[in-house]
Design a protein around this ligand. Structure first.
Ligand code: MLC
Ligand code: AMP
Length: 496
């Protein structure tokens, strides 16, 4: 039994989702997800873990397809609306997806794949109103595959079970006191946990309403936040930065009006990347809210959070959420017992993912011998609250809340005929956290950077495309011949 879906019957007449200015009740969500499930089953009793990918905007459609896949016994594989075809193809091939459900607007993008013999492409408009018997789903079964970048080149599929998801949801609904009168505005993409678990699923678990804004814009967000319907808001630091910048361009009376509405909110959360203290302070000035900063990861959902009630420490991420076991470990994976010494955050608990899809070696390597998941994030316990100090890999970049592998970008750049070698780094940036910089070693001298950007945009989503470039004669290396990324970073940050 998937509790998240079972619970919907106690909220039948309430609004579950608001999208495109329309309200959809829990009853409609149950009915439509049943239609999706019966269509997918197409006479079978159970999808038995078939991977069903779907490419639809953040909307009621998204929620009903996700639930429909689960109710039919499938594994949901949400695709990103901003991905170019090669990124989508990679996921379809890696998961061996049996079906792709897509909505209007994505037909042109996907059409080169339509002649595939292995994948069934279903336009969402063709899902009829069929009803029928649905299988009983055990909570230990796989539910979701989300793609995340790591220290190896290509993204890995993170598999979570229904039980993992339930545990990730309940840690947040209890700690942050979600209730059925909540109404969250969800402006984040729905191929990552922040948008899927923290907002959509927590709202649906609680009988609350999740409103979608498919395309982020500062004005549209403020317009919605000022309608006195939304009372919970969550975003990545970049979005708070962008909202503050926009607010600062408004007239005094416009600012006062916005502040008056924001003041009434129950909860405002920041996460997915470090929240600069200056952003926290400016948002406090505007909204009178101290943003609740929390820490999470695709593999674990949320693990550490500042308190809902109680003092939220700027620059800190708080303490373990209920059901999550945390330790700081040294390089030998020994627990650090001395307070104030930094170590890697390691996690145990029902929230921790099951495996990387089809990658037993990577899965094994992600855990210590005694079963702790190694996050790669370095933290310290400081005045009773964890504080992130950095990551143990220079090859992971966080930009606008997206985790990006420098190696993945380098691999793509090296396939360009005019590029001999390259080194990709994250450059610290107050708005984006980091922006991507690439140092290029050229085969020929006539590389046009604008043309290169166009070429990249056909291969990678825009958020994975370097924003800054330098051309070098050779990459900086240490005595072992290994590229010294720190020197490349310095070139971008200090021009040294
Ligand atoms: C967009 N751009 C980015 C970018 N996103 N550049 C660097 N990093 C990013 N993340 C660039 C585009 O390339 C484009 O550049 C320009 O910004 C405008 O593009 P856009 O698509 O119109 O941008 P916008 O819609 O403003 O997007 C900004 C954003 C988006 C902050 C809304 O990046 C976003 O939704 N981020 C959230 C990602 C997220 O959900 N992460 C959670 C992962 S889960 P140009 O040159 O073409 O003009 C996780 C676990 C946890 O981390 O703890 O939550
Ligand atoms: P992802 O793999 O996209 O889920 O990103 C997870 C990573 O985001 C973590 O490993 C951290 O590096 C980072 N992260 C999430 N929340 C925070 C936070 N509050 N502060 C700093 N980094 C964070």
């Amino acid at each position: 039994m998937i509790q998240l879906i079972e619970r919907a019957s106690s909220f039948i007449g309430r609004t579950a989702v608001k999208s495109n200015n329309q309200n959809y009740t829990y009853n409609q969500l149950l009915e439509r997800s049943e239609n999706v499930a019966i269509n997918l089953l197409n006479g079978k009793k159970d999808l038995n873990g078939a991977r069903i990918a779907f490419l639809v905007p953040a909307s009621f459609q998204y929620a009903s397809i996700q639930w429909g896949i689960w109710r039919a016994g499938g594994i949901a594989v949400p695709l990103c609306e901003k991905h170019p075809l090669p990124s989508i193809e990679y996921i379809l091939e890696d998961t061996k997806a049996s079906t792709v459900i897509f909505s209007e607007g994505f037909e042109d993008l996907l059409s080169p794949l339509f002649n595939s013999n292995e994948i069934l492409f279903i336009p969402s408009t063709e899902i009829g109103n069929k009803k029928g018997d649905l299988p009983n789903i055990d909570m230990e079964r796989n539910a979701l595959i989300l793609y995340t970048s790591g220290t190896t080149g290509a993204p890995k599929g993170v598999v979570t079970t229904h039980k993992n998801i339930e545990s990730q949801i309940t840690a947040l609904t209890t700690s942050w006191e979600w209730n059925k009168n909540d109404h969250v505005l969800n402006v984040l993409p729905l191929h990552h946990v922040h948008g899927i678990i923290n907002m959509l699923s927590c709202a649906l678990w609680s009988g609350a309403c999740c409103e979608f804004l498919p395309k982020f814009s500062q004005k549209a967000v403020f317009d919605l936040l000022c309608k006195d319907e939304v009372n919970v808001f969550m975003a990545v630091p970049t979005i708070y930065f962008k909202l503050i910048s926009y607010y600062n361009t408004l007239t005094g009376p416009e600012q006062e009006l916005i502040s008056m509405h924001l003041n009434k909110f129950r909860l405002m959360v920041s996460g997915s990347a470090a929240l600069p203290v200056s952003v926290l302070e400016q948002w406090k000035e505007i909204s009178d809210h101290t943003l609740l900063e929390r820490y999470g990861m695709t593999e674990i959902g949320m693990a550490i959070s500042n308190p809902y009630n109680g003092q939220r420490k700027p620059g800190h991420i708080g303490l373990a959420l209920p059901g999550v076991e945390i330790r700081l470990a040294d390089e030998n994976n020994e627990t650090i017992t001395e307070i104030g010494l930094p170590g890697e955050i390691q996690i145990k608990g029902a929230n921790v993912f099951k495996e990387y899809w089809n990658k037993p070696i990577e899965t094994r390597d992600a855990f210590t011998l005694d079963g702790w998941f190694q996050t790669g994030d370095i933290a310290v316990l400081d005045e009773g609250s964890y504080k992130i100090l950095g990551r143990n890999s220079v090859d992971i970049i966080k930009s606008g809340g997206y985790k990006i592998s420098a190696l993945e970008i380098e691999e793509v750049l090296r396939t360009h005929p005019k590029i001999k070698d390259c080194g990709v780094v994250g450059i610290p940036n107050i708005e984006w956290g980091e922006i991507i910089g690439a140092s290029l070693i050229l085969e020929t001298n006539d590389l046009d950077i604008e043309e290169l950007k166009d070429w990249m945009s056909e291969k990678l989503p825009s958020y994975k495309t370097p924003k800054k470039y330098i051309i070098q004669d050779d990459l900086p290396r240490n005595v072992m011949g290994k590229v010294t990324k720190k020197d490349i970073k310095d070139l971008f940050t200090n021009g040294q």
